[in-house]
Design a protein around this ligand. Structure first.
Ligand SMILES: CCCCCCCC/C=C\CCCCCCCC(=O)SCCNC(=O)CCNC(=O)[C@H](O)C(C)(C)COP(=O)(O)OP(=O)(O)OC[C@H]1O[C@@H](n2cnc3c(N)ncnc32)[C@H](O)[C@@H]1OP(=O)(O)O
Length: 219
């Protein structure tokens, strides 16, 4: 189990006759195959590139060279672009953070109706300042894993109504941290979600959020 619990069926509310219109798809096509066996390595190389860019002070000549290389990479990917539902990035549940390059990489160690436990490691490029994580990236991790706890509770996709993060102590980079989220209370479509982020015994941040289960066909 890495990006999401593998034993879940991802049936998601949508209109019956036109499940792809207006809302999330009736059944989200999660996969462990798209992009092939080395897709995770590709994502990891992209993250490493972002780490290097964040800390490098390149010469103008090197900048020219890298731009030219990147233009070539982008042109290659232009030939294989697909929609969000069929892109491996975000649907490869065997990969950290479902292979989603925009998320802090996390690995789900336990997930179900009772909540989610994951290890998350903020990368060097998640730097806020003075060697620690940017608060927005901490909130992103809470949003995705809070949303996952809500989704596992109702067996359907939920949207964030509010998300309050209390930053209790500094969040280190390049350190495996423990992130937990759970539904504390459900009131019909409203899921009140709590969460914690720990570095060992130390509480880095906690979460108080409301997620709303989407109605059939709701965008
Ligand atoms: C694709 C592949 C996936 C693979 C799957 C693998 C498994 C993993 C599974 C999952 C993991 C993914 C997890 C992702 C998580 C990320 C989630 C996000 O970041 S979502 C983006 C940010 N959020 C928005 O953009 C919302 C914008 N807002 C809206 O769309 C609406 O306002 C919405 C849906 C939140 C509510 O609108 P309404 O029309 O449905 O419902 P109304 O009637 O307004 O509210 C319902 C109840 O909630 C209260 N409510 C609504 N907003 C509230 C607020 N801000 N504060 C307090 N109460 C609020 C209302 O007062 C109402 O309460 P009363 O029923 O009357 O008691």
């Amino acid at each position: 189990m890495k990006g999401a619990p593998t034993d879940q069926k991802w049936h998601v509310p949508a209109t019956e006759d036109s499940p792809h219109e207006g809302g999330f798809r009736a059944e989200i096509d999660v996969t462990v195959e798209r992009g092939g066996p080395r897709y995770g390595e590709l994502i990891e190389q992209v993250r490493t590139f972002m780490d290097k860019v964040r800390y490098a002070n390149p010469t103008p000549e090197l900048v020219d060279e890298i731009i030219s290389d990147l233009q070539e990479f982008n042109a290659k990917l232009d030939t294989v672009l697909v929609d969000e539902w069929t892109s491996p990035s975000g649907t490869r549940i065997d990969l950290p953070a479902r292979g989603n390059i925009t998320l802090p990489p996390y690995e789900v160690v336990d997930g179900g109706e009772h909540g989610v436990t994951a290890t998350v490691e903020f990368r060097p490029f998640h730097l806020g300042g003075n060697g620690v994580a940017h608060g927005g990236h901490v909130a992103t991790a809470f949003d995705d894993l809070g949303g996952m706890a809500a989704a596992l509770n109702v067996h359907g996709i939920c949207r964030t109504a509010y998300l309050t993060v209390n930053y209790r102590s500094l969040t280190p980079l390049s350190t495996p941290l423990m992130l937990r989220t759970w539904v504390e209370r459900r009131d019909d479509r409203k899921l009140f979600v709590k969460g914690t982020l720990h570095d060992g015994e130390r509480l880095c941040a906690d979460l108080d959020a409301l997620f709303i289960a989407l109605r059939r066909g709701q965008a």
